[in-house]
Structures are given as structure tokens and as C-alpha cells.
Design a protein around this ligand. Structure first.
Ligand code: PRX
Length: 651
């Protein structure tokens, strides 16, 4: 590990115990879950699995563990869509609202559990009619509309494996993911509404499909009614399919370890990893954590996770956890500033939202917009606030606590990853005294430790975050690449799962996540690999070589700064730099577009030719240079500094 962990700037001494009024009504307000799990971790998870899930066949063994491969609830049979839908309807809760959905233009839909079951069943039959069988992969590229959870649950119902690709990704990114998974069917929409205009989802699919060969059918939901191209025989309207489909679609009995979904995430190379999640263990942990971390009272709560389902947060905490737990949710299609900067607070007030789960980058944006926006609305229905995706700075935590939570709502800062499937380090709101900026302690039944470079446990101080025991919702591998699975997660510190994050433990045992320590940037809570952006940059005809770093940014956490060396004949200009930025956006999606492109004559490298991103980060963040003893040519950095100072940078 050549990069140091991210410096820790704060010593935070404020402590917020759960308010007594909150504790009085909380599902748990003492250490009983922690104690039970510590005494018998596997017994604890077995109890959760049996209490929270309905099994067709009970499991024989809780865990089979042969590092790095885990099998949870071995021999158990279940269906995730049955657990999320049928059993609630069978129990007489069919009329309960599953989703209060709100489109960006202001249109709304109220969908009950019975209606959701009916639509999922009809669409599951539609997928079968398109030749989708158990085990087949289905790509989903959709806006935040109800048909997105319907599509995922329909796959789960028939045992097909979904691979949701975030709607903001580019056609290239979509094609790569379709090809890697060899997806058979693609489900999309004509577009979705973002900041008042329709996104070109179907058009992007048409571009992507020119570079794929596995897709035999495309299903298109009509949302924006914009004009789209149509390929006869391949493309099908969603409404035509479900109109003619039967509502009778018995759920497949799946094995606990059958694949539920793939979700691609960035790593340290340019190729995204297809993270594999299976059925029984995944559902158990997301259901457990959703219930206890948000102190769910399903009869009265209106829970809202404001993430996009294209990321793991939406998979686990908009679709599977909450529906398994039978709660009522809010789901919103658009951006938080359309039509006004109080859109979220307006939604909270109108639906009486009780739990709000969002990201630090959003909270910092709300802070920037000012407290007069939430003050326009009655937010007194809120009980618990959550954050996820990146470290939350204490200032943003305090703002969230005061202006959104009215000082009375516990904040759960939940650390986890696409790979972990569900929450791992987080407070329990009725139990944990929180400290602003700390994710606090491992969830009952999970175990985390901070280690030093040599892999020795650190009891107080900084180091690398590791997980010491397998957990039910852990990834089961990387699709098609077992070596990379072993290499990425299990080889850095033998016997431990290495998360790629730096962390420190304070004197009270609280865990503070310090950010990524590998070549992965965290922009607005989303992981983007430096290698992926670099390969998009050198794909531009004028770029010979490129290095990118994530530099601290007040709103997005990190912003991407790209250093490029031009090819012989190319000369720098504002137009060219803008063109290069847009090129990355086109290749990967707007989220990966560098904030600035800086043209440099050379890049700082070690004598063995490895780019020293640490030095580039120092330059980008205006710091004194760290250790330069391994740098081959010191003048390179001085030249880069000069170019930055000259203002080749732009915003
Ligand atoms: O660096 C950590 C950061 O997000 C990474 C995981 O990203 P992803 O797989 O996209 O999943 C995001 C949503 C679960 C982690 O390695 N991260 C996530 N949550 C937190 C966090 N960093 C600090 N505090 C958190 N609460």
C-alpha cells in the first residue's frame, strides 16, 4: 500500500445519545441484539432469516465458509418476489400502499401491494414469452418509475438475474455491461424526466445495441412520449406485453444461493466488476438492517430513500429490504431542484415521510441552498435520518440534524458497499450515541476491524478497514472472474475482506471512515475508477496519455481532475479541453466528466513508470508535496503546478 490513508482533519467531541422520546418507542433501545449476535453469530442470523423471511423449505446449515466463498442458509428454498409481494397480500395487506410514486413533472401514482403483485406477475409472464428462463440475465436501463421495481421483481419471480445499469450511464457503459453479462433481454423506457427534460434512454439503447450481440428483445416503457426509433421484431412496448399477459405466475422456488442479481461497480482497473448477489442471505441482511437501522414501524411509517435504484442503495433500500418488510414508501423520479429547491421538503410534508435516507453530497447541496428551503415546510413527521455513500463531514451532519431533523431525529450514518449488499457499520437509532461524522459500530452480526500496513489490528488509531467474518449479504464473487474476486478483496490482508477504505478507531471504539485508499474516486457518493476515466481520455484522438485524481470538493466530496498529455500535432485550447471533457461524458456518462482538464507536458512517474497520483492530488488540492523521493523527474511537478496556476484550469 503506497498511498497513505486520507488525513483526518477533525477531532469531533460532540455526542448525541438517542433522545428519550425516540427510545421509548424504538424497536430496540438496549444492547440485546449486539449481545445475542456476539454470543452466537450464526444462531443470530438464523433467527433473523426465519423471522423475516418465508421459506418454502427451511435451510439445513446456516453457513458454509471456505474462504473466499460463502454459502448462507444452505438447502433453503425461497422466492424473493413472493416475500416482497404475495405474502403481504395473502396476509390481508393487499390494499396497503407499497409506493407513493411522484414524477418530476408532478404526476403521481399510488401503487398498493396487490397492484404491484398483479403487475409483476403479468410482466414476469411477458418476460417468459420473450424467452427469458431461469438463470438468464436481463439488463435494465430505466428512469425512476414504478416499472423499474416491477422489472426487477419480475426477474426475481421467474429466477432470472437482473443487471440494472444506472440511467445516467452512456451507451458504451451499457453495452459493456450487457456484453459482460451476456444479457438476453433489455428493459428500458423512451426516457425519464430530469430537470424538466426527457432523457434519451431508448436512443442510448439503440446506440449500445449496435455493439452487442446477446440481446434478442427490448422492452420499452412509455414515459415521456418522445419520438423514438423502433426496430420491428426486437422492440416491444411494455404496455402491449402486460395488457395481454396472465396474472397467474407462480413464483419459482429458488435455492438460497441462486443468483438474484449482478450490479457493476468500479474498481482499480478500467473494467467494471459484475458484483454477484444471491437470494437467501442477501434478503435476510437487507430486511434485518432496513428494519432495525431505520427503526421501522411498518403500520405507520412512510419511508423514503432518495437514491436512484441504479445504485446498490436503491436495490437494497428501495426495492428488496422495504418491500420484504411490507412498508409504505415514497419514490421520486427527478431532481431535487425541480421546480424549486424545496421539492424534497414539499414531498416530505405532503406524504408525511418518517424516515429519509440520502447522501452527504445532497445534504451539502441543500446546505448551500440554505435553510429557508426546508423551513417552508412542516417536517415534523420525520423520525430517523440516514446518510450513505461517502464520509459525512460534521458540519453537514449538524445541518441535517438541525434543519431537517429539527434536533429530534437520530442520524444513522451507514457504511457499506455494493459488495457488502447491505449495511455493515452503522448506528442503531434507539441504541447508539452518535458522533457527527462517525459510522460508529458494526451492525449486530457483522465484524469489522482496522488494521495497519502489516495487517495487525489497530485498537486506537488509523489504518485500513477490514471485515473479519463472512456476512449473509456479502458478494459471492465477480461475474466471470474468480481470480479478480480473490485478488481484489481477499489477498491484501490474509483471512480478511479488504474494503478499500481507510478508517480510524477512536478511544471509545467508534469507527470513522476516511475514504478510499485505492485508485477509486468518490464523486457524489459514486465510485468511479481512475483507470476507467483515463482510458476514456486516451480514447480521444488528441490525447496521448492521461492521469486523473479525485480532489476534495466542497459539494461532491471529490471532483475529477484530469491531467493530459496531448499527441504531437494537437495544441491546447479551451475548445479542445471542453471537447475532451465531453468525450469522457459520452464514453462513461456525465457523472464521470472531469471538472477540469489540465494539459501538461509530462506526468510525475516513479522510476518504474507508475504514475504518482498522490503528487497530482497534492497539486490539485494546493498542498505541499508529500514524499517525492521516488519521483523520476521533479521538474515535472513544478511544471504542472505552473500550468495550474496559469489558469489552464476551468470550472
Ligand atoms: O468509500 C466508501 C463509501 O462508498 C464506498 C462504496 O461505494 P458503493 O459500492 O458505490 O456503495 C455506495 C452505497 C453503499 C465505500 O467503500 N461509503 C459508503 N458509505 C459510506 C462511505 N464512506 C463513508 N461513510 C459512509 N457512510
Amino acid at each position: 500500500m503506497s498511498e497513505p490513508t486520507i488525513e483526518n482533519y477533525y477531532t469531533e467531541n460532540r455526542v448525541f445519545p438517542p433522545p428519550p422520546e425516540f427510545q421509548a418507542q424504538a424497536l430496540v433501545s438496549d444492547n440485546s441484539l449486539y449481545e445475542e449476535a456476539a454470543a452466537d453469530r450464526l444462531g443470530f442470523w438464523a433467527r433473523q432469516a426465519r423471522e423475516l423471511i418465508t421459506w418454502y423449505r427451511d435451510f439445513d446449515t446456516v453457513l458454509e465458509w471456505e474462504l473466499p466463498y460463502a454459502k448462507w442458509f444452505v438447502g433453503g428454498k425461497l422466492n424473493v418476489s413472493y416475500n416482497c409481494l404475495d405474502r403481504h397480500v395473502e396476509a390481508g395487506r393487499g390494499d396497503k400502499v407499497a409506493y407513493h410514486w411522484e414524477g418530476e413533472p408532478g404526476d403521481t401514482r399510488t401503487i398498493t401491494y396487490a397492484e404491484l403483485l398483479s403487475e409483476v406477475s403479468r410482466f414476469a409472464n411477458s418476460l417468459k414469452s420473450l424467452g427469458v428462463n431461469r438463470g438468464d440475465r436481463v439488463a435494465i436501463y430505466m428512469p425512476m418509475i414504478p416499472e423499474l421495481p416491477v422489472a426487477m421483481l419480475a426477474c426475481a419471480r421467474i429466477g432470472a438475474v437482473h443487471s440494472v445499469v444506472f440511467g445516467g450511464f452512456s451507451p458504451d457503459a451499457l453495452a459493456d455491461r450487457i456484453n459482460d453479462a451476456e444479457a438476453k433481454v433489455l428493459i428500458t423506457a423512451d426516457g425519464g424526466f430530469r430537470r424538466g427534460s426527457p432523457s434519451p434512454l431508448k436512443a442510448n439503447c439503440d446506440v449500445a445495441l449496435a455493439n452487442t450481440s446477446s440481446i434478442t428483445g427490448v422492452v420499452v416503457v412509455r414515459r415521456t412520449e418522445q419520438d423514438i426509433d423502433w426496430t420491428e421484431g426486437r422492440d416491444h412496448w411494455y404496455h402491449d406485453l402486460i395488457d395481454g399477459a396472465s396474472e397467474d405466475c407462480p413464483p419459482e422456488e429458488m435455492d438460497s444461493e441462486d443468483l438474484l442479481y449482478l450490479l457493476y461497480t468500479s474498481g482499480t482497473t478500467a473494467k467494471p466488476k459484475g458484483i454477484m448477489h444471491t437470494t437467501g442471505g442477501y434478503l435476510t441482511q437487507v430486511a434485518f438492517s432496513h428494519k432495525y437501522v431505520f427503526d421501522l414501524h411498518p403500520d405507520t411509517d412512510v419511508y423514503w430513500c432518495a437514491a436512484d435504484i441504479g445504485w446498490v442503495t436503491g436495490h437494497s433500500y428501495i426495492v428488496y429490504g422495504p418491500l420484504n418488510n411490507g412498508c409504505t414508501q415514497v419514490m421520486y423520479e427527478g431532481t431535487p431542484d425541480t421546480p424549486g429547491r424545496d421539492r424534497l421538503w414539499d414531498i416530505v410534508e405532503r406524504y408525511g415521510v418518517t424516515q429519509l435516507y440520502t447522501a452527504p453530497t445532497a445534504i451539502r447541496t441543500f446546505m448551500k441552498w440554505g435553510e429557508q428551503e426546508p423551513a417552508k415546510h412542516d417536517l415534523s413527521s420525520l423520525r430517523v435520518l440516514g446518510t450513505v455513500g461517502e464520509p459525512i463531514n460534521p458540519e453537514a451532519w449538524m445541518w441535517y440534524h438541525e434543519y431537517i431533523g429539527g434536533g429530534r431525529c437520530p442520524i444513522v450514518d451507514t457504511w457499506w458497499q455494493t459488495e457488502t449488499g447491505g449495511h455493515m457499520i452503522t448506528p442503531l437509532p434507539g441504541v447508539t450515541a452518535t458522533k457527527p461524522g462517525s459510522a460508529t459500530f458494526p451492525l449486530p452480526g457483522t465484524t469489522a476491524e482496522v488494521v495497519d500496513d502489516a495487517g495487525n489490528r489497530v485498537d486506537v488509531g488509523g489504518g485500513y478497514l477490514t471485515i473479519t467474518e463472512p456476512w449473509p449479504s456479502m458478494l459471492r464473487g465477480i461475474w466471470g472472474d474468480p481470480e479478480r474476486y480473490m485478488e481484489t478483496y481477499w489477498s491484501e490482508y490474509p483471512g480478511r475482506y479488504f474494503a478499500g477504505d481507510g478508517a480510524k478507531i477512536d478511544e471509545d471504539g467508534y469507527i470513522w471512515i476516511l475514504g478510499r485508499v485505492d485508485d477509486v474516486m468518490n464523486v457524489s457518493g459514486h465510485r468511479i475508477s481512475t483507470a476507467e476515466v483515463e482510458s476514456a481520455l486516451v480514447d480521444h484522438p488528441a490525447v496521448a496519455e492521461a492521469a486523473v485524481v479525485g480532489a476534495a470538493d466542497a459539494t461532491t466530496g471529490q471532483a475529477i481532475i484530469a491531467y493530459v498529455i496531448l499527441r504531437g500535432t494537437a495544441t491546447t485550447s479551451d475548445e479542445l479541453r471542453e471537447e475532451i471533457r465531453q468525450h469522457v461524458s459520452k464514453k462513461l456518462g456525465p457523472i464521470a466528466r472531469p471538472r477540469v482538464v489540465i494539459v501538461v507536458p509530462d506526468l510525475p512517474k516513479t522510476r518504474s513508470g507508475k504514475i504518482m497520483r498522490r503528487l497530482l492530488r497534492d497539486v490539485a488540492e494546493g498542498r505541499a508535496l508529500g514524499d517525492t523521493t521516488t519521483l523520476a523527474d521533479e521538474s515535472v511537478v513544478e511544471e504542472i503546478r505552473r500550468r495550474e496556476a496559469e489558469g489552464t484550469a476551468e470550472d
